[in-house]
Design a binder for this molecule. Structure first.
Ligand code: GDP
Length: 391
């Protein structure tokens, strides 16, 4: 009986233990995959720890910054170009007369060497000098005057040999060409105006472009006035030059009154405190009265305060020879001319027209075109010019 009681107690204990084990198992979580390793500490974005497959839309870590507000547009101002940017590159060589006056030099060289081949001064010598000057486009009237003065000097100075004669002629030519004021006037203050006149095709627009670039390089602020409203191409050409030079451009509609374009350009220059207005004008039919009338009107506008008309520059194509002299007379009569821009001396020009204009009309050659690029416009230097012709 005692044994039965012990067995019964043992059975109760066993039952209690197994019931407790079931309860514990029920409370335990289901077995799963091993927990993921803890993420590595955040690394700097620029140094990825490992290659991630590219995801189409990476989730941003935080809200993206709002896009920056657009700045208000700057006030429209004339393009500012530092003068040094436009200066010819270091080492750029100014074109020289002796390198560019091809045709004119060849012509003179032939006559001069023939004159020098004879020691004495005789009738043939005088004949050759006359022919050389006339063929070089100096013109009959100026040639006659020059040779009369030379004969007088030969007898006064007792010149006997041909070298001394050639030297005396060179000195006379230099003196003739050096007369007059070759300065291009521009004063501080009110807008200075340089008006460009001349027939079509002589190189007005190109010269204005070259001058704009040169004046910008000298530190002056420039407004270009596209006053040749009859030629759309002239305005486009000026627009190109103005961009290149960093100059402001005022243009009118095709066929617009050129005077109004010049007026607007002066206004623009005054408002912006610009130093210089370079004004282009039409050049058609210089023999017709209406063009000259129109130029007179443009001139009146260009000299009305606050504008200060400083220069009326007649552009002459040196290859047109004596015809250039006729043009110079007509434009001078109509609008008054303060100086000449002589273009295309590098081409087939014979050069003598410079002497003719200066001697006949007393107009100084201020600038000379020796080619088509921006650097091919130089101040006229009478001495260098004459030396180049005779070298
Ligand atoms: P515009 O009608 O008077 O305005 O003449 P443009 O300025 O349009 O010039 C007519 C042509 O002459 C253009 O092909 C220019 O490139 C050329 N030209 C202007 N100046 C010179 C120069 O000094 N030398 C040479 N060789 N050509 C020039």
């Amino acid at each position: 009986m005692a044994l039965l009681l012990v067995l019964l107690a043992l059975a109760v204990v066993l039952l209690a233990v197994s019931l407790a084990a079931v309860a514990v198992r029920r409370r335990r979580p289901e077995p799963g995959p091993p927990p993921a390793p803890a993420p590595p500490p955040a690394a700097p974005a620029a140094v990825p720890q490992r290659e991630e497959p590219p995801s189409a839309e990476p989730r941003p870590e935080r809200e993206p910054e709002p896009p920056p507000r657009p700045e208000p547009p700057p006030e429209v101002a004339p393009p500012e170009v530092a003068p040094t940017e436009l200066a010819p590159p270091e080492g750029a060589v100014k074109p020289r007369f002796r390198d560019r006056l091809g045709q004119a030099r060849a012509l003179f060289a032939g006559y001069v060497s023939s004159v020098l081949s004879r020691m004495a001064i005789d009738a043939e010598t005088w004949g050759e000098l006359e022919e050389a000057l006339i063929r070089a486009d100096v013109g009959v009237a100026t040639t006659t005057r020059l040779l009369e003065a030379l004969r007088a000097r030969v007898s006064a100075d007792g010149i006997k040999d041909s070298q001394a004669l050639v030297d005396a002629l060179k000195a006379d030519l230099k003196e003739t060409l050096a007369a007059g004021d070759r300065t291009l006037h521009c004063e501080p203050g009110a807008p200075n105006v340089w008006l460009f006149v001349g027939v079509n095709g002589v190189g007005k627009t190109t010269s204005i472009g070259k001058i704009a670039q040169r004046e910008r390089a000298n530190g002056r602020s420039v407004v270009m006035a596209a006053g040749d409203t009859f030629r759309a191409a002239a305005t486009e050409q000026l627009a190109m030059w103005s961009e290149r030079a960093g100059a402001d451009l005022v243009r009118g509609a095709e066929g617009a009154d050129p005077g109004s374009v010049i007026f607007d350009a002066v206004e623009r220059a005054r408002a912006r405190g610009a130093d210089l207005v370079l004004a282009d004008t039409a050049g058609r039919l210089h023999t017709k009265v209406n063009l000259m009338e129109e130029l007179r009107k443009v001139r009146r506008i260009a000299e009305r305060p606050p504008a200060r008309l400083q220069e009326v520059l007649l552009v002459v194509d040196a290859t047109t020879g004596q015809n250039g002299l006729v043009q110079a007379r007509q434009f001078t009569d109509a609008v008054g001319v303060t100086g000449i821009v002589l273009t295309k001396l590098d081409g087939t020009a014979k050069g003598g027209i410079a002497v003719a204009i200066q001697a006949d009309l007393g107009l100084p050659i201020k600038l000379v075109g020796l080619g088509e690029t921006a650097d091919d416009l130089v101040d006229f230097d009478p001495s260098e010019f004459v030396e180049a012709l005779f070298e």
